[in-house]
Design a protein around this ligand. Structure first.
Ligand code: AMP
Length: 280
């Protein structure tokens, strides 16, 4: 496994691969890798000849009272998992490599960045868009892999790549879940055993809406109300948002259609969790 620490090393690694006729895949992560990340790395390895995984806990996407300092870090295990999934390089830069002293350039996807998670985490998507732009420019990848787990992030990044005419294709991979439905997240390690059970309410709400949609219900008001009722039965979880939106604009829809995004965020104890489904 090659460990790359500087933007220049990542760029050279990518250019060497491309010069040899190999396609390049990039999997941006914040580390603490789990089976959700592994699915992205496997998809990248299946579609690209050379894959780099970035492991970078990006300070600009955390709010001042969020968990940047405590965010789980497991670099050696991350490298081992990346190797097992067929990645060739891990890009793990120090913060000052991505944000050199005095850096004042940010990427802000206006409008979309204030929706869903962006509404409750001001500045979050500006941090995400900025770091992913920097990674895409450095990696010169043919494709970059993201999880539908962070569905609002996907919408922001698709728009960003389109607006900036970046040359990297955004590939979206399905949500990987535990057997009982909980979406895998690096933050699940924060949950106590009782909270781990309470956290299942997010997936129960999502599945309830999926079933109602499959049975023909299209009224957003009815679908959201049904999800609210599921949360009401689990008072330990505090709802942040329950939304039915167009997945491209993240604007609320009045009637659900195939391709609409149903998304929830909730606090379980001090841990904020998200889940969603694209209605089909
Ligand atoms: P993170 O390390 O949390 O920033 O996530 C890195 C990438 O992995 C993002 O594109 C996430 O959407 C994706 N990801 C995280 N959890 C999952 C999951 N349970 N299933 C699929 N992709 C995931």
């Amino acid at each position: 496994m090659k460990i790359l620490r500087t933007v220049e090393e990542l760029r050279q690694w990518s250019r060497t691969a491309r010069a040899a006729g190999r396609s390049v895949g990039l999997v941006p992560t914040m580390g603490a890798l789990h089976a959700g990340h592994a699915s992205l790395m496997r998809a990248a390895a299946a579609q690209c000849a050379a894959v780099a995984v970035s492991v970078f806990v990006n300070p600009t996407q955390f709010g001042p009272n969020e968990d940047f300092a405590q965010y789980p870090r497991s670099f050696d295990a991350d490298c081992a998992l990346a190797e097992r999934t067929g990645a060739e390089a891990v890009f793990a830069p120090p913060v000052e490599e991505i944000y050199p002293a005095g850096a004042s350039t940010y990427v802000d996807v206006e409008g979309l960045s204030g929706r869903l998670d962006g509404a409750s985490r001001p500045g979050h998507f500006r941090g995400v868009a900025t770091v992913v732009t920097k990674l895409m420019i450095a990696a010169e990848a043919d494709r970059a892999y993201f999880g539908q787990k962070d569905a609002a992030q996907v919408a922001v990044l698709r728009r960003m790549v389109k607006d900036l005419r970046l040359a990297t294709e955004v590939v979206v991979c399905p949500i990987v879940r535990e057997a009982d439905g909980l979406a895998l997240s690096s933050r699940n390690v924060y949950l106590s055993p009782a909270e781990r059970t309470q956290a299942l309410v997010l997936n129960r709400a999502v599945r309830t809406v999926e079933k109602l949609f499959a049975a023909g219900e299209r009224e957003a008001r009815v679908l959201i109300e049904a999800a609210r009722a599921v949360f009401a039965a689990e008072p330990a979880a505090r709802v942040d948002y329950i939304e039915l939106v167009d997945w491209t604009t993240l604007e609320p829809v009045e009637r659900a259609a195939a391709g609409s995004l149903f998304a929830v965020a909730a606090w379980v104890g001090t841990t904020r969790l998200i889940d969603n489904a694209v209605l089909l």
